[in-house]
Design a protein around this ligand. Structure first.
Ligand SMILES: C[S@@+](CC[C@H](N)C(=O)[O-])C[C@H]1O[C@@H](n2cnc3c(N)ncnc32)[C@H](O)[C@@H]1O
Length: 640
């Protein structure tokens, strides 16, 4: 009995140890290897502890899992992968993440002026290989640990992940080319932190309307990413810069996001924040999306705020006051151009600024202080019939202003100058010249300048002091594209800005426009033809300004037929002749805050014989020439 019992016990023990061994073999060997392998292969560049989850969630749609990997993996490993993911508790993923994913932001304050022309781009940890020099970021804000977003960098990345067993064409997720068949997936898993019920991002917003770089970057991301919403405490984007009224600060941040304010002055840079959710999908957050619930202002120092504002300043610090841009209409960003506060010579234009060219009769070397206080106006007033164009406080004299307005609005009654060989015709056809259509004889202003004895604060120096009123570039609601408006009430006769751009010869502009005319883009060029008919001009003396690539805020001023609130006046500053001059804009009446600023381009909408296509006028004026089709020819007109 005892023997039998012992034998049974021995047999039972043997069976047990055999089973134990089997069990041990199963638990130790089986699942480990395939999962490790997956991590290496399917890294996609950044998957953190949730790497497996990332693979899973993306696997079906867009993740670029190399085929070779699937073939190599034992079948069991693939079967077990989902089980492993399901069993991974969310909390453990969060804890493993160590730090929430956040943009790293550095202040711009210490950058030089030229560096500041670069915009803020939130540094995306995953996108670091794409970082460009000169691109600054904001300081890294604190975010509570409760965030489920995971900073992908915390996954132990090692060089070998990107080498040996990963083929060369395998790149981090941030630079994987989009898979056309992939779909943005925002509904994966229940444990995700993403907001599922937010409004959809219209096609006109976000991705589709950014600068090319940003677009490329974002589409690349979307290959493997879904859109997510930044949790409450996440940092705001640069929309904090201002409200449409140009207000500033955290209050504005709250309001602007609550109102769904779209792009505000973040240049063509797009701020997208990639992240991993608990289900492992990698997300990109784009700031123009209306589903960003920015409820708490980030605490930034005043210098940080200043830096952010600088980014939104289209002048990049070139003007005394910043000029911000806003878009309350759609998600489009301001098209890129280089801001210049003063004209620049492009190539062949003959512009001679030599002081020696300014004779005694062109300046007031013996003046002191403010010329406007002289009992007898100095030489500089000769240009305007012995009276200064400016009254006190820098406003135009009423009489002079009215004359200028009249010349512009009632050009038929005013003298036209006719060239013997009009540069406009000459450039089109050397042999068979059409007669000159005429150029309006305009009133010039002559400002005191460097050779004058008066002070820099002389009242006869207005345009040369630059912009002094608060302006804003905005997206018009009438379909005119971008426009310029004032943020403060302006009195009648106030100087607003001059039209700055590249100084080109008429020939250079003609060639440029021939190329650009096919693009259907807005036109930004004007003729400096106020004196073209008074003598024979050489080719290099027939000058134009083109603000297409280099320009100032005036390039955003839209056209209005006849009753525009700005009038353009030629102003001589450095040069005594009328070949080169500044074209300055003054208000024709009181303009109230938020009114769009407009000027009459002098377009003849019936003249189709022009190098650059005209546009369908949406000025809304009851005098609109485009609607009435009345013919009108005027000089100093914007080149069409
Ligand atoms: C000097 S730009 C003005 C700024 C321009 N809106 C923009 O978005 O950059 C001139 C161009 O603006 C547009 N534009 C200006 N005034 C307009 C108007 N009254 N109606 C329609 N389009 C206008 C035309 O495309 C024109 O070629």
């Amino acid at each position: 009995m005892l023997y039998l019992r012992r034998r049974r016990l021995r047999l039972w023990n043997r069976r047990r140890s055999e089973e134990d061994l089997e069990e041990e073999a199963l638990t130790h060997d089986e699942p480990e290897r395939p999962l490790k392998r997956l991590r290496l292969r399917g890294q996609g560049g950044q998957v953190s502890p949730s790497v497996n989850a990332c693979n899973q969630s993306l696997g079906g749609s867009s993740v670029k899992r190399p085929k070779v990997e699937e073939d190599e993996l034992p079948k069991t490993s693939f079967r077990q992968q989902p089980r492993e993911i399901k069993e991974t508790p969310q909390r453990s993923i969060v804890n493993k993440g160590k730090q929430p994913l956040l943009p790293q932001i550095e202040p711009l304050g210490k950058r030089s002026m030229s560096e500041r022309t670069a915009s803020i781009r939130i540094k995306e940890p995953m996108a670091e290989p794409m970082a460009e020099p000169g691109i600054a970021s904001l300081p890294k804000p604190k975010v509570p640990d409760t965030h489920v977003l995971i900073k992908p960098k915390d996954e132990p990345f090692t060089d070998d992940m990107f080498s040996s067993d990963v083929p060369d064409y395998e790149v981090p997720i941030a630079v994987i080319r989009p898979d056309p068949s992939s779909k943005v997936d925002s509904s994966v898993g229940n444990d995700t932190v993403e907001k599922q019920d937010g409004p959809e991002i219209p096609a006109s917003m976000g991705v589709g309307n950014r600068g090319d770089d940003a677009l490329a970057l974002t589409s690349e991301r979307e290959t493997n990413c879904t859109l997510a919403t930044i949790p409450e405490e996440s940092p705001p984007n640069v929309e904090i810069a201002s409200s449409p009224l140009g207000e500033e600060g955290p209050d504005v941040l709250e309001r602007s996001s609550a109102q769904g304010t779209l792009g505000i002055g973040d240049d063509e840079e797009t701020l997208c924040m990639p992240s991993c959710t608990t289900n492992g999908s990698v997300h990109v957050q784009c700031p123009s999306a209306v589903d960003v619930p920015l409820s708490r202002p980030m605490s930034l120092s005043s210098s940080d705020l200043m830096s952010i504002h600088d980014v939104n300043d289209i002048t990049k610090g070139e003007e005394r006051d910043r000029i911000l841009w806003v878009n309350e209409i759609n998600g489009e960003h301001l098209p890129p151009f280089k801001y210049i506060p003063q004209n620049l010579v492009f190539q062949n234009a003959s512009v001679n600024f030599a002081l020696s060219r300014i004779g005694d009769e062109d300046c007031c070397s013996s003046c002191l202080g403010d010329c406007l206080f002289l009992s007898t106006p100095c030489h500089c007033a000769n240009e305007t019939g012995g009276q200064f164009a400016y009254a006190k406080e820098g406003l135009l004299r009423e009489e002079f202003l009215e004359e200028c307005i009249s010349i512009t609005r009632d050009s038929q009654r005013h003298q036209n100058l006719y060239c013997r060989e009009c540069p406009l015709e000459r450039v089109r056809n050397d042999v068979c010249l059409e007669p000159c259509k005429g150029h309006l004889r305009r009133k010039f202003i002559k400002e005191c300048w460097s050779k004058c004895g008066c002070s820099k604060n002389c009242g006869n120096r207005v345009v040369q002091r630059g912009i002094t009123c608060k302006l804003q570039v905005f997206c018009t609601s009438e379909g005119k594209g971008w426009g310029l408006r004032t943020l403060e009430d302006l009195p009648k006769g106030a100087f607003v800005c001059e039209y700055a751009g590249e100084i080109l010869t008429n020939t250079e502009l003609y060639d440029r426009n021939l190329e650009n005319s096919k693009s259907g883009k807005p036109t930004y060029s004007i003729l400096l033809d106020a004196d073209w008919g008074s003598g024979d001009l050489k080719n290099e003396e027939a000058l134009c300004l083109d603000a297409t690539f280099f320009g100032n805020v005036a390039r955003f001023i839209n056209h209005r037929c006849l009753d525009a609130n700005l009038v353009e006046i030629p102003v001589k500053v450095e040069s005594p002749d009328r070949i080169y001059y500044h074209l300055a804009f003054f208000t024709t009446r009181v303009v109230t805050a938020l009114e769009e600023l407009t000027w009459d381009y002098g377009i003849n909408f019936d003249d189709h014989d022009q190098p650059v296509k005209g546009f369908c006028c949406r000025c809304g004026s009851k005098f609109c020439r485009n609607m009435k089709r009345s013919t009108r020819s005027r000089s100093a007109s914007i080149v069409r």
